[in-house]
Write a protein that binds this ligand. Structure first.
Ligand SMILES: Nc1ncnc2c1ncn2[C@@H]1O[C@H](COP(=O)(O)OP(=O)(O)O)[C@@H](O)[C@H]1O
Ligand SMILES: [Mg+2]
Length: 442
């Protein structure tokens, strides 16, 4: 979502304020003006959705003090300073304190527009990434991202809420793409450490020396060792099976030196497809015992039944919104194929297929079946799917049909009854059975 960006103009000279404001308004900016820094501080705080243009020479609080104050409120706020002609030392000082850029009087209006554009773009990016970070640290948002109502998913939700409150270390196991990283974030976000740091590193991505320096220091250019950075929060170790014997010993010492409950919580993720060895075989027993006291095992997608269709529907809706086109309609045959595919890449593969299906649909070519086929050829010989009872396919398909039809008719029960030729009572019963709520579609 593009947000509207404002330009706040601060200058004690009324003529100057008016002409800058007029010029920027003509270039399409929304402006607001303030006659003094003191006044401006009443309207501008952290997360201000815009940028600031300020004169340096003002009575009362001058531009430099104003800049320092703004930087202490929000160091990511772009502030453009207007300096006197030839006042190089002042310009240098402003940049040192954190100004975005400066304009020398008398300035070229085009240069002002150009700078305002650059600054508002930078601001938009900063605010977007702040919003994302906030969203990821908000437990309820992250829980609502977990799609699926299969018994395995319901159990997973309970486990996350329970273990999220606990302090002991956690081991997450499961095939690639099953949601291990997502669950690690969720465990942090729903618990008492949510406001503390979440720091992660892959044990497979670095050499032993690099990883050692990253985790325990001394880091390059005085970077804080990750075990320090994560203090009080969560340290996520991805690909724990790749941790060398030497580092396993250091990690164990670190764990043992922490009091009880541990100050820093460790979540270890095992990448199941990396090796044939069990984790018990690749980790020293004492470390395995510490990390694996609580374990979450994520089920492969092929064992989650109707979740597959729910995920496909939800994901293709998200992508079609992103790409501004219609979501593909799934036929009965395609639904059966989605349910029967082996999904070696699990949810990650499904995300990928949903995106490609939306793009295909936008171009008006291709089918979901051809995407599945191409994908399975690319991933080598097809794995055999665990057989499922016919009833499960039928129910999953029925649920998806009602879900899609309700969505299309924006929750109009009458329209859905008509289209699916169902009496009201049957429709109500089925919606209750599949846990579909009319209010979700209105
Ligand atoms: N239950 C789920 N509901 C919705 N999206 C999911 C779910 N599980 C995983 N995903 C998505 O699938 C992708 C892979 O998940 P990820 O956590 O990276 O898997 P892993 O770490 O096990 O390889 C991510 O885009 C993630 O957001
Ligand atoms: Mg991962």
């Amino acid at each position: 979502m593009a947000r509207a960006m404002k330009v706040a103009i601060v200058d004690d000279e009324a003529d100057m304020r008016a002409s800058i404001s007029q010029w920027l308004a003509l270039s399409g900016f929304e402006t607001e003006t303030y006659p003094s820094a003191e006044d401006a501080l009443k309207g501008i705080g952290a997360d201000f959705s815009g940028v600031v243009v300020s004169d340096i020479k003002m009575p009362g609080m001058d531009g430099m003090a104003f800049l320092k104050k703004l930087m202490s409120l929000d160091s990511g706020l772009p502030v453009i300073m207007i300096t006197g002609h030839g006042d190089v030392p002042m310009a240098v000082e402003a940049m040192r304190v954190g100004a975005f850029d400066f304009l020398e009087k008398p300035f070229n209006p085009d240069r002002m527009t150009e700078l305002a554009k650059k600054a508002t773009n930078a601001r938009r990016m900063t605010l977007d990434s702040r919003a994302l970070r906030k969203e990821l640290s908000d437990g309820s948002t992250i829980m609502s991202k977990l799609v699926g109502t299969s018994p395995a998913m319901e159990r997973l939700r309970e486990d996350i809420l329970d273990l999220g409150q606990a302090d002991s270390h956690v081991l997450i196991d499961g095939e690639t793409g099953t949601g291990k990283t997502l669950v690690a974030h969720a465990l942090h976000a729903v618990g008492p450490r949510a406001s503390k740091k979440f720091v992660s590193v892959s044990c497979a991505a670095w050499s032993e020396d690099q990883l050692s320096a990253k985790l325990f220091g001394p880091g390059e250019d005085g970077a804080i060792p990750l075990v320090e950075e994560a203090r009080g929060g969560t340290l996520l170790l991805e690909d724990i099976e790749a941790l060398s014997q030497g580092l396993q010993a250091r990690l164990l010492t670190f764990i043992n030196d922490q009091g009880l409950p541990p100050e820093t919580r460790i979540i270890a993720i095992r990448n199941q497809q990396a090796q044939d060895l069990t984790l018990e075989q690749s980790l020293r027993p004492d470390l395995f015992y510490r990390l694996g006291a609580m374990t979450i095992v994520l089920p492969p997608l092929r064992a989650r039944g109707e979740d597959i269709l729910q995920l496909f529907t939800r994901l293709s809706e998200q992508f079609s919104e992103e790409y501004g086109c219609d979501a593909p309609q799934v036929t009965a045959q395609e639904a059966a194929q989605l349910l029967q595919a082996p999904w070696p890449g699990n949810v990650r593969q499904l995300v990928n297929i949903a995106e490609r299906a939306v793009l295909q649909n936008r171009r008006g070519t291709g089918s979901i079946a051809s995407l599945l086929m191409a994908d399975n050829e690319a991933s080598g010989p097809a794995m055999t799917t665990e057989g499922k009872p016919l009833k499960e396919y039928v129910e999953a398909f029925e649920r998806m049909l009602i879900d899609n039809t309700m969505r299309r008719h924006k929750g109009s029960i009458v329209a859905v009854m008509e289209e699916l030729c169902l009496p009201r009572r049957t429709l109500n019963e089925k919606m209750a059975k599949y846990n579909l709520q009319r209010s979700d579609y209105v």
